[in-house]
Design a protein around this ligand. Sequence first.
Ligand code: 13P
Ligand code: 13P
Ligand code: MG
Ligand code: MG
Length: 365
Amino acid sequence: MEITLSIIKADVGGFVGHSDVHPALREKAVEHLAKAKKDGLLIDYSRGEVGDDIALIMTHKKGIEDEEIHKFAWDTFTAMTEVAKEYGQYGAGQDLLVDAFSGNLKGMGPGFAEMTFEERPAEPIIIYLADKTEPGAWNMPLYKMFADPFNTIGLVIDPSMHDGFRYEVLDLIGEKSIIFSLPEDMYDMLVFIGSPSRYVIKHIFRKGSDEPVAVTSTQRLFLMAGRYVGKDDPVMAVRCQSGLPAVGEALEPFSFPHTVAGWMRGSHHGPLMPVGVEDDTPTRFDGPPRVVALGFQLKDGRLIGPRDMFGDISYDNARRLALDAADYLRRHGPFEPHRLPQEEMEYTTMPAVMKKLKDRFKAVD
Ligand code: 13P
Ligand code: 13P
Ligand code: MG
Ligand code: MG
């Protein structure tokens, strides 16, 4: 059966500050999702969250970028924003950048990651949700999962993976995309994805077919809004097993809490800490950035799950390393490389400060 998995997320208000989602917002989301399932729009749904971001996880038959599905998500976030206002939540409606929905969610603020595929007899999927970071945070883990034999032994010993995969990479500034075929194009691709603020992996496909096996959300709020409105806090879905990375291979990249951009005021580098859902509330300096992983088995489009994949003790060392890295970086205070480089700061509130001091700069000989 061909189904579409849509993960659509937004921050519509934080409890407290930018640290969590208030239970009343959760209830509103589930009320809308349950109705959409009853009305036949959705086959099934689940709800995920990390920090102050909430994700609608949906299966349906309508394909990607479908107007009805996107409008449903927009209306749900709008209704949640009303609740957020009622409860005085911080930044109510933060990610809803336009006044009214038209067509689909592109350029409107909420992030989405969607793929349509033929469901296999057993279809394990992991959905990753991150807070206090940007879409390029998925570049290193996706590279490791589908291209690095030191992470994914299946690339070496499973004949059905041995040929490698195709990566679609977006240039978010130039608004272009390119397909790299791995392993042949490995070095070429790394030139770009090693700069994750601009070049981000959007899809991964099997070789010799257009069947998507991984997808990310790639919206960048500052590019849409022209000002700082919070970090993008991306989502990602990865299909696993039987010619694809095993579940353990898809989780393994997060045993290294790599450095990502985001954290306090979206303006700092910090480690991406894998956490169980109990620990998905960033507080220290509004962070450190974190990621949860929700595991599902799909059956006829039904989402059997979630399982809390990073709740496992085998991620304790990664968390410890992340906390040590957080201590180390924090001691730089307002200095780079903890604070983002100058050109990135131009997308936050820094230009206003620069403007104020403009006349005090004197030419030097
Ligand atoms: P099982 O033999 O338990 O199915 O595991 C196979 C596998 O792919 C483990 O990574
Ligand atoms: P969010 O992007 O999660 O809303 O956080 C914004 C922020 O400024 C945190 O310090
Ligand atoms: Mg927020
Ligand atoms: Mg957030």
